[in-house]
Design a protein around this ligand. Sequence first.
Ligand code: S3P
Length: 435
Amino acid sequence: MPSQLTAHRSSALAGKVRAPGDKSMSHRSMIFGGMAVGVTTVEGLLEGDDVLASARAVEAFGAKVERTGEGEWRIEGAGGFKTPLSVIDCGNAGTGVRLLMGAAAGYPLTATFDGDASLRKRPMKRVTGPLADMGARFGWLAAEDRVPVALTGGTLTGIDYVQTVASAQIKSAILLAGLNAEGVTTVTEPEKSRDHTERMLRAFGAEVVVEEQGEGWKITLKGGQPLKATHVAVPGDPSSAAFPLAAGLIVPGSEVTVEGVMLNSLRTGLFDTWIEMGADLTIDNRREAGGEDVGDITARYSQLKGVVVPEERAASMIDEYPILAATAAFADGVTVMRGVGEMRVKESDRISLMVEGLRACGVQVEEEPEGFLVTGGPVQGGATVATAHDHRIAMSHLILGLAAEQPVSVLDPEMIATSFPGFVDMINGLGGEID
Ligand code: S3P
């Protein structure tokens, strides 16, 4: 991939495409398959760099991992992880490193986890803290709260953990450790976060009890439950589908359909928000696939209007605020996005990078500590935007550039391959102009 990509004002986009496999489910299928006894088969796996790093990790922990076709993988779990001979390099993947630390903590092993420059800046104590309370030991090798970190796993005891932020990564790490802990582990969430771990643990034969509690829920898991290999069909990623759909909404005359998109309601906050903004977004062919609701989504060009995004919706669209902001730049009026401080600890500080990038393109944006406000109108573009190697920042600005007056370039776009390897070809195949 070149060191920068440029999106040009495009004429109407049209066509049907298929979203790449869901990243959250792809990581989980690799990790659970690696922990299980027997052969797990996966179809529709996202073959992005983040998931491939998880595949290499479970291999290093002792599983046999093999690609058997496009998106088709076979994972032969050894029924437990062993000490790896080399450092576990999770690349750019926060989900990978946090879930793998939870999974590994319950086995008698030592392992060092590391990642790229972006991952080395992200907070890890949110996961190592509760895992240490369960009995795992961690040694920071460079700086506290950051990878590289050395883990010594072993005999764990279940805990009752009450989360302060709704985070599926923290919840999942604790539940995976709880599988091999003595006694019962519970995780209570203030608001519901994505529940792929709970659903997939059940598919792998574990008993998981979920009780509603206020706005959130309490998840209970008994220790000493071995996972049994199974087949996982990974549906399309709504977080990736968002990009071609956004292009459909903002480029005049467009009609874009993305087929096979997962519609788990804990992931679809962006689609609800777009509909409130007046988007012509329709969902057809609703069905079930891989234990999830799935459908085909069509986006037609729409003159959007600004809205206040309810703060309690944040967990169901936390990765989607960058692309929401890009579409809000074309809306009438102001779009208010608050209660999203977590955006600052993703692959980059996504609030600050979106504010900088949109402003460089002539968009009026106001930054707050835990949010930002975008005032829509015609978008000038004509800028080269820094992405801090963040895939979603790069893709959001490229989509913006398809409808801006002047071209928009993004620096360091290679990270797009972490979640959406075919992004440029897909957008150009629909009639967009990115080069
Ligand atoms: C993910 C959970 C979210 C999300 C990330 C994937 C997951 O992070 O941002 O891209 O697969 O569990 P948090 O759980 O930290 O909010």
